[in-house]
Design a protein. Structure first.
Length: 729
């Protein structure tokens, strides 16, 4: 006889655990609770007690004790043809549990019980009319019919699946075993296993996809094409400093907005709309790529077309290139506005020539980039630019469904002393109405007042319309997404859930691509292209690196260089990396202080190298999942070279001031001159005044010599680092 627990025994004998414990106490057998295991000899004793007790009970005419028995009483008035006084009311015990256990062995016993019941409920007058036992009890005894179809969300445990199919878990486990799956009763079954089992029973399966409305950014809006109508394009103006972005924005606005909206007062709400040939165009009011990048870094893509402003008298400048890279990384079409053509020194052809290098080939030279020559100052060429915007917009087939609850992005937000939180929202799909319950980022509320870009109160705003709203419980952030919900309660619930989630996310580490987890992503098919930004000390290295990196192709995953350049790694590089989920490679260059700070907060992976093949090796290893950075460099401090002394036999001594962390005698150092690494090596001597010291902390001066290196100059930075063993993730 095998051991069983108290509650199991109780169940088997259709008595309560309490009763068993009580009986055991009487027998002087101590058990702690209903989970206690019973020894075979104890089971035997109990058996003898219960088995003896049973026949005695059967013969007892009195109704048995409730706990031990299942009393069946005819429900009043429920049995047609029966009058209460005529009825022979018999109460008896129906051993349901026993019936179930025996049921497994065959139907015979089942029938016996049913017959017994029939006998019990025989009417005195009419012997033929039988009362049927209550439904509930029969169900226990009958095998449940298989359902036609079952539904599930995510997964089901064996027990849950068994319940849905009306089968015993053991039967499911057996079936799974036959199918080569070993499972326990509480094991989760995936979709495939569930489908296998169900198809074996001939039951249809439907998986319910649960939509998490709190994560509405990831909702994919699928509209019936019949419900889509054309929407205005949303345009961002980018370009180098002083090339005329603001002048162009103002000039478009002044010439178009005020003329049509007579009496309207221009409001700077972050975006405005103009009407050209009866069609609207929406301009985002913050020129430059900062706003664009911030939005993209937050996962919002609002711009449909980028206007790249290039001053004809100045040509392509660093920020022009940055803007191109941003637009390209976001896959947004570019229209080039060659500005300042009124200037005598203007040379539009030169601009076109220079931009050829960035694959912006003018239509007139066989390419497909639209160039508009204009003067933001005089207004010449602006109408043409607007028409070209409409043309590109038409080609892009920008459409949205206005007849759905509004969804879009925050352009600007602030706290107004009088009005409370105020946000400019760009409706991207649907229509926003006054009174709509809304969730904006992790804030929520009801749209109280809506104002358009000329300060007019409006009742609704359709796709691509910017409106300023009030009525939120807090100030959201630019780039936050918003969505309208069916009622305020839901909006509040979702808003609060999102605020909570945001808090948790802020505490945990953001997931960006890093070389360490690259392989996992490739394996899971999440990665088709690895975005990389390359910064190096000289153009030759940039080119060599880019060429070598582009040759890498591992498991169909390729490297895509989204930006490359000469010089230190800047904040801009990090923002671009963050927005495009890229890795930054520094070749003989370092990130500047701002870049370092932003990289840390944005969790951008920066890899610094000095040898090209090491870069390639590292990227390849990461893609193959064989990255082996058992040692990681840890910068421990920085010192500024304030003076240099040349001493014969010793070499150059650098009189330094430790600006950050500490410099230790045994640390490795690199010498950085204007963001570029000029040398990497070891400290030879580290002195405070005349004494050799082990380390010098921040805020102190020291004398440093570097092994085999004397070309130290004032203003250089000595960065000390150690190689630290790190655990592989
Ligand atoms: N002659 C001439 N000057 C222009 C034109 N467009 C802009 N400017 C002048 O160029 C200067 C810079 O123009 P902004 O519009 O401020 O340039 P921006 O690109 O917005 O500059 P930042 O905001 O600093 O990035 C101003 O003095 C403008 O008056 C133009 O078409 N012709």
């Amino acid at each position: 006889m095998s051991k069983i627990r108290v509650y199991e025994y109780a169940k088997k004998n259709n008595v309560s655990s309490k009763d068993i414990i009580h009986k055991l106490k009487e027998m002087n057998i101590e058990v702690s609770n209903h989970m206690a295991t019973l020894e075979p000899e104890v089971i035997a004793k109990l058996d003898s007690m219960y088995k003896k007790a049973e026949p005695a009970k059967k013969s007892t005419p009195k109704p048995p004790v409730k706990e031990k028995q299942n009393v069946t009483v005819k429900p009043k008035g429920l049995v047609p043809g029966f009058d209460e006084d005529e009825e022979e009311v018999i109460t008896t015990k129906v051993p349901i549990k026993k019936a179930v256990t025996k049921n497994k062995e065959g139907k015979k016993h089942d029938l016996q019980i049913q017959q017994k019941e029939k006998k019990i409920f025989t009417n005195k007058k009419n012997k033929k009319r039988n009362y049927e036992a209550p439904q509930q009890e029969i169900q226990v005894k009958k095998e449940k019919e298989l359902p036609k179809k079952i539904t599930f969300e995510g997964s089901l445990t064996v027990a849950e699946l068994a319940k849905k199919l009306g089968k015993q878990p053991s039967e499911i486990i057996k079936k799974l075993f036959m199918l080569g799956i070993t499972a326990t009763i509480n094991q989760d079954l995936d979709k495939d296993a569930i489908e296998l089992i169900c198809s074996d029973y001939g039951v249809e399966v439907e998986e319910k996809i649960v939509i998490d409305e709190t994560d509405f950014e990831s909702l994919e809006i699928v509209d019936d094409p019949a419900n889509l109508i054309e929407r205005p394009p949303v345009v961002t103006i980018m370009g180098h400093v002083d090339h005329g972005k603001t002048t162009l924005l103002d000039s478009i606005r002044n010439s178009k907005v005020t003329a049509q909206e007579a009496g309207g007062i221009t409001q700077h709400i972050g975006a405005y709309q103009v009407t050209v040939n009866n069609k609207k165009i929406t301009f985002l009011d913050t020129p430059g790529h900062e706003a664009f990048t911030t939005m993209r870094a937050r996962g919002a893509q609002v711009t449909d077309i980028v206007i790249l402003v290039v001053a004809a008298d100045d040509g392509v400048m660093p920020q022009t290139v940055e803007a191109i890279n941003h637009a390209k990384a976001a896959n947004v079409p570019i229209i080039v506005a060659v500005n300042k053509i009124d200037k005598p020194t203007a040379n539009p052809d030169r601009v076109m020539q220079e931009l050829m290098e960035y694959e912006l080939v003018p239509e007139e030279w066989g390419g497909d980039t639209i160039y508009c020559k204009l003067s933001a100052l005089t207004g010449e060429g602006i109408d043409n630019l607007l028409e070209m915007i409409l043309l590109v917009s038409e080609m892009e087939e920008l459409k949205a469904n206005p007849n759905r609850r509004a969804l879009g992005t925050v352009i600007e937000a602030k706290l107004d002393k009088g009005r409370g939180p105020v946000a400019t929202l760009l409706v991207q799909t649907g229509t926003l109405h006054i009174g709509d319950p809304i969730v904006v980022g992790s804030t929520y509320g009801r749209v109280r007042a809506m104002t358009n870009d000329v300060g007019r109160r409006v009742k609704e705003a359709g796709p691509s319309t910017p409106v300023e709203i009030t009525g939120l419980n807090d100030v959201p952030q630019a780039g936050d997404r918003f969505m309208v919900f069916e009622d305020e309660k839901k909006a509040r619930q979702i808003g609060e859930a999102r605020a909570q989630k945001q808090l948790l996310e802020q505490r945990s580490v953001k997931t960006r691509v890093s070389l360490d987890d690259l392989f996992e992503k490739i394996k899971q098919g999440e990665m088709k292209e690895l975005n990389i930004i390359v910064k190096a000390d000289v153009q030759g290295s940039v080119e060599a690196l880019v060429a070598a990196l582009q040759k890498i192709d591992i498991e169909g995953v390729r490297v895509k260089i989204i930006h490359s350049g000469v010089g230190a790694i800047t904040e801009y590089d990090i923002m671009l990396a963050s927005a495009s989920n890229a890795i930054v490679i520094g070749f003989n260059v370092r990130p500047d202080a701002n870049a370092k700070r932003v990289a840390e907060s944005e969790k951008v992976d920066i890899r610094l190298h000095r040898i090209i093949y090491k870069v390639i090796e590292e990227i390849e290893a990461a893609m193959k999942g064989m990255l082996d950075p058992e040692y990681e460099e840890k910068v421990i401090g920085q010192a500024e070279v304030r003076q240099t002394f040349k001493v014969s036999k010793v070499g150059t001594i650098a009189g330094c001031y430790v600006t950050d962390g500490k410099i230790t005698r045994d640390s490795s150092v690199r010498l950085i001159r204007q963001g570029v690494v000029v040398y990497e090596g070891q400290i030879d001597t580290l002195k405070r005044f005349k004494d050799d010291v082990k380390e010098v902390a921040q805020g102190y001066e020291c004398g440093v010599t570097i092994k085999n290196f004397n070309d130290i100059k004032e203003g250089d930075v000595i960065e000390a680092y150690i190689m630290q063993e790190v655990e592989r993730k």
